[in-house]
Design a protein around this ligand. Structure first.
Ligand code: SF4
Length: 364
């Protein structure tokens, strides 16, 4: 049962946990043991903290609880992509996607239930904004996915994280930053900062703030248009921070040596896929250390947009390349299970023929 006023253990940084353990009369080294249970061994309750003395566990239980998300559906695409639907305690469904490749296992995680930004081409936008995810709900997506992997592909570990699932990560700034701090802690999941990417639709002031953080994840900008006229329509956030303002913030971003900014460019037939767009894109991004991911739009129910033809996609990509911009075509991954970019909407429909695993917390 949820007790009001109690904190979640996985919301605490290591320093906060250590302060709490000492306040409760525990030795400081116990904090590391507890942290490892929560973030390395992915414990689901305080009862699992076997080598922590019972009096300390009981004292801890008066101040914090240790909860886990419930994985209630896993869908596996024919290309190996897995979409997890996870349930929160208040009954919301969020989605997270595991994308395997030969040398890495990337996970796309959600930062909010729904999203407030209302990008016109995006399935999540149709949910509207429901609430921010707590820090523990962000990191637990990784732990439950890692737990699933241990079961279905023993030995494989999540190596890369992208904050590109449901929600605008910089709208949930404090929790996203704290989640990165926890996920990169060497006593826990120990993910490398350089393998974590935070994507934004262009919240300029939050991006500027991110540049001043000690943590240093990669950044990705969901750009998707080369004129304000088009971007104003497909991404209303552009009416607040237009292309000029956004790109000025990106140019000022303190990028580490050997790192590049990623620009995501969702290609919409007849909207932003012309060779003129390609030329404008190259001009807008000239001089920036960056790469462009071209993502042919992934269809979802109720949208009037169309994916460009293969010829139009090739033409656009070739034109961008001709202008010297490093460009990669992102083939839709998991689009048969609505796990591809812009398709996450918490509905987890299950077309016939897909593998589904019904899991509960007890399924372990
Ligand atoms: S594209 Fe991203 S920022 Fe825009 S509505 Fe969808 S989830 Fe929100």
């Amino acid at each position: 049962m949820l007790v009001p006023g109690m904190r979640e253990l996985r919301d605490l940084t290591f320093a906060e946990l250590q302060a709490l353990v000492v306040e409760l009369g525990g030795k400081p080294f116990r904090a590391e043991q507890i942290f490892r249970w929560a973030h390395m061994h992915r414990a689901r309750s305080l009862d699992e903290l076997q080598n922590v003395p019972r009096p300390l566990r009981e004292a801890l239980a008066t101040r914090v609880r240790l909860s886990a998300l419930t994985v209630d559906l896993v869908q596996t695409s024919k290309d190996g992509t897995r979409k997890l639907r996870l349930l929160t305690h208040d009954g919301h469904a969020i989605e997270s996607v595991l994308i395997p490749s030969t040398d890495k296992m990337a996970q796309c995680i959600s930062s909010q239930v729904g999203c407030a930004l209302d990008c016109d081409f995006c399935a999540t936008a149709k949910l509207g904004f429901v609430r921010n995810l707590a820090t523990w709900e962000i990191v637990d997506q990784v732990y439950r996915a890692q737990e699933l992997l241990a079961e279905v592909e023993p030995g494989r570990r999540i190596t890369n994280l992208v904050y590109m699932g449901m929600g605008e990560p910089l709208h949930n700034y404090a929790q996203v930053i704290r989640s990165i701090e926890l996920l990169t802690d060497h006593r826990g999941a120990n993910l490398a900062e350089r393998r974590i990417t935070v994507s934004t639709a262009g919240l300029v002031t939050a991006l500027e703030k991110l540049g001043n953080e000690e943590l240093n994840p990669n950044i990705a900008i969901s750009l998707n248009a080369t004129t304000d006229a088009v971007r104003d329509v497909i991404m209303p956030v552009n009416r607040k921070w237009n292309l000029e303002r956004l790109l000025a913030a990106v140019r000022a971003y303190p990028l580490e040596r050997r790192r590049r900014v990623t620009f995501e460019y969702v290609l919409l037939a007849g909207v932003n896929d012309s060779v003129e767009d390609a030329a404008r894109l190259a001009r807008l991004l000239s001089g920036l250390r960056c790469k462009v991911n071209v993502i042919p739009w992934n269809p979802h129910e109720g949208s009037h947009y169309r994916r460009p033809s293969p010829e139009a996609i090739d033409r656009f990509q070739a034109a961008v390349k001709r202008h010297g911009l490093p460009t990669y075509l992102r083939r839709p991954r998991g689009d048969d299970i609505d796990a591809a970019c812009g398709q996450l909407a918490g509905k987890a429909k299950a077309p016939p023929g897909l593998v589904q695993l019904g899991r509960s917390p007890a399924a372990g």
